[in-house]
Ligand binder design. Structure first.
Ligand SMILES: Cc1cc2nc3c(=O)[nH]c(=O)nc-3n(C[C@H](O)[C@H](O)[C@H](O)COP(=O)(O)O)c2cc1C
Length: 509
């Protein structure tokens, strides 16, 4: 007994499911035995019972109603008067974090394939720090655009290069951070949209493979799924894994924006029997991965390890990192040059990136944000004359076409996002990814909550989201006068003199 009064809405919803029909029966009996007037209340309760049953079993469009029945309707009622409440009392549409209502609504509208045109004027600041895209005097037509294919592995003559036809990737999220139905939703959506999905560092990607989309297998520092008894890479396990046709590329995770300098973390609340078996970890304890790979003790061994994974897998192999000390990144790239060994891509993840679970101090205070980090990485690769040896994938709050376009101008070839796709699948930013209580059923293993996710419907929303993002990126591209993403450059951005981006263009560190 803690003495605290805590309202658990999920339990309350379960209670409501039983209580409403029970009360209906009681009022009916009261109508028969005590007074006829009780029948009026009975009729109201019959209506509530039917409505509750319809929300939970008769519709698929609203995950919240499928999980919470009529209680869930409370949220929609509050939401419908939300704009007024916020306008007079609470936050405005541009204030919430990590994603404000405007940003979330843009994703929801794209996912539901609703016209996202705005009226009257922008709510953005037009002050001295806002970066903007420069348009051409004579924009080009869509029919003049070149296809935005990106081929990974072509630079080093990889035996199995992979061509991504649309420049979008669903970023790493493990089975563990995600529940089974969320994995299936994203994988089915990726397949429909014809894009890649990253498995995250959760080990053998059982459900991803069952859905049959094209995959990047991510190898985190704990190497779940491919490690030996000492936690080092077991070459044979990797060979067996990549023999699966769906696995097209491998990503070695060095760090992640939300917690650079720390290994992955899966809270004990989310360790089911299945996850404990898949990862080879104990139930009832948080799973904390080491901060770095056992094989990588310095830049020389890190570059050798990348080559080794390329050799063993025979697939394109990339690395994922958040920019920290620029001179270290320069040293890493110089070593790649010295060994003539390059990863096929580098994912630059901004410190504003999300996580299933990360220490708050790391989330808030460690790592360089995406735009300056990406700019710095692109500059170093260019200065050392090796930008053409690999691709750059960018992630970090790239959920709408505006920020995505800026990232493309700063050097990214491909846009990667985790939370964009979570929002497209109905995420309401409840901020409960680590506690196994996600009300939408995305980052939970609770079967009762997962049932809210209708896989087919939400997979279609993932596809709609990609279609509409691509549409907007193409329109923005046309406005710059460029025929392809590869023609975009820093010169296509208007960067006011007070912008922090300038610091990363001129300063060496
Ligand atoms: C629920 C969740 C789980 C994640 N799991 C992983 C992971 O297994 N490996 C990893 O490298 N990044 C992981 N990430 C980080 C994302 O892959 C991505 O780098 C980051 O969220 C930035 O993209 P976003 O801002 O579009 O979400 C996770 C993020 C979320 C929200």
């Amino acid at each position: 007994m803690t003495g605290k009064l805590v309202v658990n809405l999920h339990k309350l919803a379960r209670f409501t499911n039983i209580a409403i029909p029970l009360l209906t029966g009681l009022f009916f009996l009261a109508g028969l035995r005590i007074s006829f007037y009780f029948h009026f209340i009975t009729v109201a309760f019959i209506f509530l019972t039917a409505l509750n049953a319809f929300y939970r079993f008769g519709q698929k469009g609203h995950s919240l109603l499928r999980n919470f029945g009529i209680l869930g309707q409370g949220r929609y009622i509050l939401e419908s008067i939300g704009p007024e409440l916020r306008q007079y009392l609470f936050l405005n549409d541009t204030e919430e974090r990590p994603f404000n209502r405007n940003e979330r609504s843009e994703v929801y509208r794209k996912a539901q394939d609703i016209n996202s045109a705005s009226s009257f004027g922008s709510q953005k600041n037009f002050d001295s720090t806002e970066v903007k895209v420069r348009h051409a005097l004579f924009p080009i037509r869509k029919k003049d655009l070149k296809p935005s294919n990106v081929t990974f592995g072509e630079e080093r003559g990889c035996p199995n290069p992979y061509t991504l036809k649309r420049p979008f990737i669903i970023s790493a999220m493990s089975f563990g951070a995600l529940g089974e139905r969320a994995v299936r939703t994203f994988a089915r959506g990726a397949k429909q949209a014809g894009i890649l999905m990253n498995t995250g560092e959760g080990g053998y990607p059982k459900y991803h493979l069952e859905e049959g989309c094209d995959l990047i297998f991510q190898m985190g520092t704990a190497k779940f799924g491919v490690r030996d008894d000492e936690g080092r890479l077991d070459d044979q396990k990797l060979r067996d894994l990549v023999a699966n046709d769906s696995i097209k590329m491998v990503e070695i995770k060095f760090s992640q924006g939300a917690k650079p300098g720390k290994g992955g973390l899966l809270p004990k609340e989310k360790i089911t029997d299945e996850i404990s078996a898949l990862r080879g970890v104990r139930k009832g304890e948080d799973v904390v991965s080491p901060p770095s790979h056992a094989e990588c003790v310095d830049i020389e061994s890190a570059v050798s390890f990348i080559s080794h994974v390329q050799e063993v897998s025979q697939l394109p192999v990339g690395i994922k990192l958040c920019m920290g000390i620029s001179s270290e990144f320069r040293g890493l790239v110089s070593e790649m040059k010295r060994q003539n060994a390059f990863p096929d891509w580098i994912t630059i993840d901004g410190s504003e990136g999300g996580s299933g679970a990360a220490p708050k101090s790391f989330m808030d205070r460690v790592g360089i944000p995406l735009f300056p980090g990406l700019k710095r990485a692109n500059n170093i690769l260019t200065e050392l004359g090796v930008r053409n040896r690999l691709k750059i994938v960018a992630s970090g709050k790239l959920v709408g076409p505006g920020r995505q376009m800026i990232a493309l101008c700063l050097g990214a070839d491909v846009i990667c996002s985790a939370r964009g796709y979570m929002l497209a699948a109905g995420c309401i930013q409840a901020m409960q990814c680590g506690s196994n209580t996600c009300p939408i059923g995305i980052t939970t293993h609770d079967p009762d909550l997962q049932r809210g996710l209708d896989i087919d419907l939400k997979a279609t929303r993932i596809k709609n989201y990609v279609d509409n993002l691509e549409h907007d990126i193409e329109e923005l591209l046309c406005s710059t006068g460029c025929r392809s993403i590869s023609e975009l450059s820093f010169d296509h951005l208007y960067v006011p003199k007070d912008s922090t981006l300038h610091a990363y263009v001129t300063k060496p560190n």
